[in-house]
Design a binder for this molecule. Structure first.
Ligand SMILES: NC(=O)c1ccc[n+]([C@@H]2O[C@H](COP(=O)([O-])OP(=O)(O)OC[C@H]3O[C@@H](n4cnc5c(N)ncnc54)[C@H](O)[C@@H]3O)[C@@H](O)[C@H]2O)c1
Length: 321
């Protein structure tokens, strides 16, 4: 029988965090979801609130937390540029002070701890696809730096806690992930395109639409998280988790228009500062170490995400956008 664990998920009321809480609760664990609701919401975990094994706590991880747990998934941090650039100092603090607090907690209670890092640690990369040995090309002083450098520093802290205190750490570098419960107004490309298509507004492509991205469906990613957490203490990562299949922004826009049967036109706007032209994970390490690879194809994942946004727009109205 699977061992019942006490698991802390920081940022558990966010997009990825809420799916992770769902998965851990259905695996019969006790879950403590900690969130300051900066970008997350109670709605995302509404279905779990009546479960006696689920607990929701309002807390900002830039302050210490004293709880007893066996595992920590550290997901707290706004993930989309509009949100992380709104209060950039708080963004860096969440990654840096937040990691120090969560690592301190892990050390105190001897818990395994997993960091939700990001492909942004590779910056605007000179190598394609990116494997974990690539050190990245990141601007330290630009508008995206609060996020990118905060996450890089968090990785440094994780590995120093490992070297200095022999802490069982896991670092996952997440590439673009999408799915239900992404925020409607967060400026991320998949949610943007879907909402624009569903509301019949023009689909905005930044640049010429030839830049590529790879998109991983949320269920695949969460499966990768849990597999990584379940590895022995010799496995620390970093491990890329993402979908290596690349699509151009143009292809994504056309697929969304087709799946929503939308009459939206496509509009081109200038590229924002430091926007990487291409990002694609090399997931060989995840395949070898975790036996993991994404299995949900883009059209299938997009259809499920479209259904979510369609329902949301029906219940909350177009004003929610
Ligand atoms: N979604 C992606 O494609 C993606 C890609 C790379 C990395 N990530 C990482 O995964 C994690 C989750 O991302 P997401 O897409 O679910 O974003 P999200 O914004 O939906 O979730 C982040 C959650 O953290 C909470 N939070 C923010 N600051 C906090 C603080 N100081 N204390 C407590 N809670 C705080 C927010 O309220 C929110 O619920 C983030 O760390 C993000 O950097 C996500």
């Amino acid at each position: 029988m699977r061992q019942r664990k006490r698991i802390l998920v920081t940022g558990g009321a966010g997009f990825l965090g809420s799916h992770l809480c769902d998965k851990l609760i259905s695996a019969k664990h006790d879950v403590l979801c900690v969130d300051n609701f900066y970008t997350g919401s109670k709605d995302n975990v509404r279905d779990l609130l009546n479960c006696p094994r689920f607990e929701l706590m309002r807390h900002d991880i830039t302050f210490p937390l004293y709880v007893e747990v066996d595992e920590i998934y550290n997901l707290a941090c706004p993930a989309s540029p509009v949100h992380y650039q709104y209060d950039p100092v708080q963004t860096t603090k969440t990654s840096v002070h937040g990691s120090i607090n969560m690592l301190g907690l892990a050390k105190r209670v001897n818990a395994k701890i997993l960091q939700a890092s990001t492909s942004e640690v590779y910056g605007d990369p000179e190598v394609h696809p990116q494997d974990e040995t690539y050190w990245g090309r990141v601007n330290p002083i630009g508008p995206r730096s609060c996020y990118d450098e905060g996450k890089r520093c968090a990785e440094t802290l994780f590995f120093d806690y490992r070297r200095q205190h022999n802490l069982p750490i896991k670092v996952a570098r997440i590439f673009n992930t999408y799915g239900p419960r992404m925020q409607i107004n967060d400026g991320r490309v998949v949610s943007n395109f879907i909402v624009q298509a569903l509301t019949g507004r023009p689909i905005t492509i930044y640049g010429d639409g030839k830049q590529t991205r790879s998109f991983c469906y949320v269920d695949d990613l969460i499966d990768g998280f849990v597999r990584l957490m379940e590895t022995g203490s010799e496995i620390t990562g970093p491990i890329n988790l993402g979908n290596p299949v690349e699509f151009t922004m143009m292809e994504l826009a056309e697929t969304v228009i087709e799946l929503t049967a939308s009459k939206s036109s496509i509009e081109f706007k200038p590229l924002p500062a430091d926007d990487p032209k291409q990002r694609q994970p090399d997931i060989s390490r995840a395949r070898e170490t975790l036996g993991w690879h994404p299995s949900i194809e883009l059209r299938e994942g997009l259809s499920r995400t479209i259904a979510y946004f369609d329902e949301l727009l029906r219940t909350e109205g177009v004003d929610a956008v």
